[in-house]
Every structure is written in structure tokens, then in C-alpha cells.
Design a protein around this ligand. Structure first.
Ligand code: NAP
Length: 546
């Protein structure tokens, strides 16, 4: 029988709780809300001094969301929708950070969160079926369940360049941007990385800095954003379409709803129609070209080649210098097989006198010294280096915590041997441990996150409630259930063109460097939800309950 544990009941230096929630970002906030609403005793920890996760940390200049209005917000409360007061179609980081603070205050969640507190370990005890969670501030909480809402893109990656520590100037990673900002005016700044983050940053700082050196390794196919200010009429329309949109996004493949058909590219479609369709989508200035253009661009190389040629022509038309175009236009992979960024004047800014592009494929980094960085061709003098170099995706944040399940086996070791999850939310051998945005779920990569995490947090809460209601001590997927999920993931995901591009964070390099594992589940939200719901509706057939 499950014993009831009182919330924050202090026994010496120890606390007792039903659930420990780790992280107060996008998913942690909703997870906490939902579990408290269900009447559970929850203790939450957050390493940052505020809420918002990526939207707390990534306060670099130019940061804004790439999911168009009104999709990037919580879906669990119509009242929250009615409050929402977005100013732009693609809101910027400060506005999104304000939104999360509003959510936390509206639902009185803040008092449940220990801020500036990092969870350092979580250890499962098989005899009692309890987790002991410890923090860097000396907390020790025993709980039946632990939920890691630590985000898929939270652990920054910095390139290994010989002599990196010798640099005497300032160094930043975009995802650890100082909240007070950084004065870049007039300085010689180098930015490493030209993907979704780098593009936003570069656009924002080019007019401010003295000189900007952009270090690019792989060029990207970016779509020109259309980001109008929103009107009261837009907000009214948003509020009155909640139910309809809720249904539409939750049955979409990736959590964004686009009206209109997606015909197969070549069946009965004359070339002019194809071009018209592409052109109409392009002018929308959002991610639709990636998510909802033709039915087969993600699987049919000929269709992908056609869209790629279309986007290349759009980019080329904006770059006057052919040598520059040769560096900035991607030629060796298909559009949509890496995360597609949105941009606003990115391609034009390389014509500015104060901006230089360094193609790292022609001149790789060699060493760093006090005054800057050496590529194989020359020395680049810099006052500031900004790394927009991405994250240890999918598993990075969990890898920082000493998590031990059955027989005190470490999750990190288990995943280094073989990265696997069951529907991205549980792992065999780690009873009562749950996670969101982990590998092999849509939320891991290919999803408008608020939609995906809302379903994940609900499934986790439903599962916890089931275990408690039935008087069980623990739940974990059987090894066979996990293998079946992994086999399904590989079957639906690996044949896609996205899976075949090895050069993206959707495929993470295994710790031993031998494998690249596709963490993105490509079966789409409806199929994923069907599997998760079937697990729940069968009273967790294929799971081990004690
Ligand atoms: P990323 O997509 O992983 O891109 C990292 C960039 O750094 C790439 O240009 C990469 O080059 C470069 N890089 C990495 N290691 C390097 C090295 N050793 N030497 C030289 N260059 C190196 O990271 P990100 O741009 O931060 O984006 C990550 C994800 O965050 C996005 O895909 C998106 O899901 C999310 N995001 C969302 C938004 C939004 O919604 N608006 C904004 C920003 C980010 P290669 O391509 O050659 O590896």
C-alpha cells in the first residue's frame, strides 16, 4: 500500500513530499500546477533565480520565439488565454519571460519553488519505493515520485578550441546571458554559430558593435520572418477561437496549426501551381514552409530538392556578392533536415562595412590567444566572443545530476551504454521517475513545445495518480515495453530525410562518439498521444507495478 507522505513535513533536516519537480521552466511550471491541482504535495527546485527555463536564461539580444501567435502559450487555462496580451506575432524574450511570471503568480505557484537551488542527486530505494533528492543547498527530500522538467536544450555546449582559456576579453554563451545585459557598443565582437540563436543575435547586434566577425560552420536555410504588431482585433480573435485552436493544435503533427492542404508535390500538380503554392507559403513568413507545405517534403528526396531550390533562390536573390552567396547558401543538404531558423535582414547585413563572415569550412579554428582567435588563415582580433553554439541536447541537463535507480544504477551510465526511454517519459530500471522533453518523444525536438509538454505533463500526472489510487508503490516500463517503443521510434523516424542528415542536434553524438542517435520522434503528436493514452487506458499494460 502507498503510504501517505505529508508535504514539507520536516523530519530533522529532511523533507517529505509526494513528488519532487525539478525545473520551473515551461514544463516544470505546468507540471507543478497540475500536480498541485490534483492535491499532491509537491516540492519544486529551480537552479535559476526566476521561472521560465530557456526564457529565463536565453536573454541574449534578439531572442524571440519562432512559433507564431497564438500558438506559443499554455493551453490548460482559458482564463490565462483571456489575460494574454501579446504585442507581436513572434514575441520577444522579455515578453515571454513576463508571461511565465504572470502564470506563476496567477496560480500562486512561486511559493512552492526553491530558487537558485540545483538538484545534485536523486537516488531510488527499492525497499521503500522512495526517491531521495538532494540539492546544492543541503535539502534532502524523500518523495515517491520525481519529475525532471529540466528541458531538452538547457546545458550549453562550448567548442573545444586549443588555448580557449587564454582569451583575455569577455566570453559569453547565449544561453547564459547576463540578466543585466552586456555593453557591446563599439567593441570587436566574434559570434560563433549561425543557427536559430546565432542568426537572431547577429541581426540584433550588428548595428551596435564596432566590428562583428561571424564564424559560420554550416550555412542554414532561414525563412524571412513576417512579424507584425498585433492589434486588439487579433487578441479578440485569439480569445474567441480557443476551443477550435485547442483541438487543431493538439491534432497537428508538431503543435502548430496551419489551415489549407498539403498536396503531394508531384501528383498531378503542374510546375506553376507548385511554385504558386510555395510562393504563397513563403509570404506567410513563418515555419509553415517546413511544417505544412507539401505532404512529402520530409520523405521524398525529389520533393525536398524542389523546396530546397526554392529557398536557395530566395536567399540568393538577397545577396549581391556571389562569393558571399556561395558561403551563405546551403548546397549540401535538404531544406528542413535541420532546424529551420526565421530571420530578419540576416543575409543583407553581411554587406555592412563592420561585418565579416568567416567560413570555418575553409578556415577552421586553430587556437585562441589573449587577443582573439586564430583560424588556419589568419588571426581575428576580438574584445568579446559570444558562443551561439547550442546545447548538449536531450540529455544534457539530466547528465549533470547523479540519478540512480534500481540497484543504484546511474542513469548517465545506462544512457551511455544505450540511450533509450519509453515514450520519452520513463526509463526501465528507474521506477517512479518521469521526465519531459527527453529523447524519443515529439517534445524532444520537433514540436511547438507548449503543446507537447501539456500532453506530457498530463500523462505523468495521470500515471502518478493511477499508482496512488491503486495503492501501488512504484511503476516502471518493462524492458519489453521500452524495446517496443524504441523499435517503433526507429521505424517511423529513421526513414525520414531529417533522420538522414547527420549534421544536426536532432541526432546527438553518443558519449563514446561511435553513434549518432536521433532523439526526435517523427511519428507526430496524434500518433504519439494515441500510444500514451493506450498505456494509460489499459491500466499500464506492459509496465511493472509493485
Ligand atoms: P544549434 O542549432 O545547435 O546551432 C549551433 C550553432 O553553433 C551552429 O551554427 C553550429 O554549427 C555552431 N557550432 C557548434 N559547435 C561549433 C564549433 N565547435 N565550431 C564552430 N561552430 C560550431 O543551437 P541554437 O542555434 O542555439 O539552437 C538550438 C535550438 O534552440 C534550435 O534548434 C531551436 O530548437 C531552439 N531555439 C529556438 C529559438 C526560437 O524559438 N526562436 C531560438 C533559438 C533557439 P554546425 O551547424 O556546423 O554544427
Amino acid at each position: 500500500m502507498t503510504e501517505m507522505i505529508e508535504n514539507k513535513h520536516v523530519v530533522g533536516s529532511r523533507q517529505l513530499a509526494d513528488v519532487v519537480v525539478v525545473g520551473a521552466g515551461l514544463s516544470g511550471i505546468y507540471q507543478l500546477y497540475r500536480l498541485l491541482k490534483d492535491g499532491l504535495n509537491v516540492v519544486a527546485f529551480e537552479a535559476a533565480s526566476g521561472v521560465g527555463g530557456v526564457w529565463f536564461w536565453n536573454s541574449y539580444p534578439g531572442a524571440r520565439v519562432d512559433s507564431h501567435f497564438p500558438h506559443y502559450q499554455y493551453w490548460f487555462s482559458k482564463a490565462l488565454w483571456d489575460d494574454a496580451d501579446w504585442s507581436e506575432r513572434f514575441p520577444a524574450q522579455p515578453e515571454i519571460a513576463r508571461y511565465f511570471n504572470h502564470v506563476v503568480d496567477k496560480f500562486d505557484l512561486r511559493r512552492h519553488i526553491h530558487f537558485e537551488t540545483r538538484v545534485v542527486s536523486a537516488v531510488f530505494d527499492e525497499a521503500s519505493g522512495l526517491w531521495t533528492v538532494r540539492t546544492n543547498k543541503g535539502h534532502e527530500v524523500q518523495a515517491r515520485f520525481v519529475v525532471f522538467n529540466t528541458g531538452g536544450l538547457s546545458e550549453p555546449k562550448v567548442p573545444e578550441i586549443a588555448g580557449r582559456d587564454n582569451f583575455a576579453g569577455q566570453t559569453f554563451h547565449t544561453s547564459r546571458w547576463p540578466s543585466a545585459g552586456v555593453d557591446l557598443a563599439g567593441k570587436r565582437v566574434g559570434v560563433v554559430g549561425t543557427a536559430a540563436t546565432g542568426i537572431q543575435l547577429i541581426q540584433a547586434i550588428a548595428p551596435v558593435v564596432g566590428h562583428l566577425t561571424v564564424f559560420q560552420r554550416t550555412p542554414n536555410y532561414a525563412i524571412a520572418i513576417q512579424n507584425p504588431k498585433l492589434t486588439e482585433a487579433d487578441l479578440d480573435a485569439m480569445r474567441s477561437s480557443f476551443d477550435e485552436l485547442h483541438a487543431q493544435v493538439h491534432s497537428s503533427r508538431g503543435g502548430l496549426y496551419y489551415p489549407g492542404d498539403t498536396p503531394p508535390m508531384f501528383d498531378d500538380l503542374p510546375a506553376e501551381e507548385r511554385e504558386r503554392h510555395l510562393e504563397a507559403i513563403w509570404t506567410e513568413g513563418n515555419l509553415r514552409l517546413w511544417a505544412h507545405s507539401f505532404a512529402d517534403t520530409g520523405i521524398n528526396p525529389a520533393a525536398a530538392a524542389c523546396v530546397s531550390a526554392f529557398v536557395r533562390s530566395k536567399i540568393r536573390a538577397r545577396i549581391k556578392d556571389p562569393l558571399l552567396a556561395a558561403k551563405l547558401v546551403p548546397e549540401d543538404y535538404y531544406f528542413g533536415t535541420r532546424r529551420v531558423p526565421l530571420e530578419n535582414g540576416f543575409y543583407e547585413l553581411f554587406a555592412r562595412d563592420n561585418v565579416a563572415l568567416v567560413d570555418l569550412r575553409e578556415e577552421p579554428f586553430q587556437t585562441m590567444d589573449a587577443a582573439g582567435v586564430n583560424t588556419t588563415k589568419r588571426h581575428h582580433d576580438l574584445d568579446v566572443i559570444i558562443y551561439a553554439t547550442g546545447f548538449d541536447a536531450g540529455v544534457g541537463a539530466l547528465g549533470q545530476i547523479d540519478i540512480r535507480g534500481n540497484a543504484k544504477r546511474s542513469l548517465k551510465d545506462a544512457w551511455e551504454e544505450s540511450l533509450r526511454t519509453t515514450v520519452g517519459m520513463q526509463v526501465h530500471g528507474f521506477p517512479n521517475l518521469f521526465m519531459t522533453m527527453a529523447p524519443f518523444a515529439p517534445a524532444a525536438a520537433i514540436c511547438n513545445v507548449p503543446v507537447c509538454i501539456d500532453q506530457q505533463c498530463d500523462w505523468i500526472a495521470d500515471t502518478i495518480n493511477f499508482v496512488r489510487r491503486k495503492g501501488h508503490q512504484s511503476i516502471q516500463p518493462s524492458a519489453a515495453t521500452e524495446e517496443a517503443w524504441m523499435a517503433h521510434h526507429r521505424e517511423v523516424s529513421e526513414p525520414t530525410l531529417l533522420a538522414q542528415n547527420k549534421n544536426s542536434w536532432y541526432r546527438r553524438i553518443a558519449a563514446d562518439g561511435t553513434r549518432r542517435e536521433l532523439i526526435a520522434y517523427m511519428g507526430g503528436i496524434p500518433r504519439y498521444r494515441q500510444v500514451c493514452d493506450a498505456m494509460r487506458d489499459s491500466d499500464y499494460e506492459g509496465f511493472e507495478l509493485t
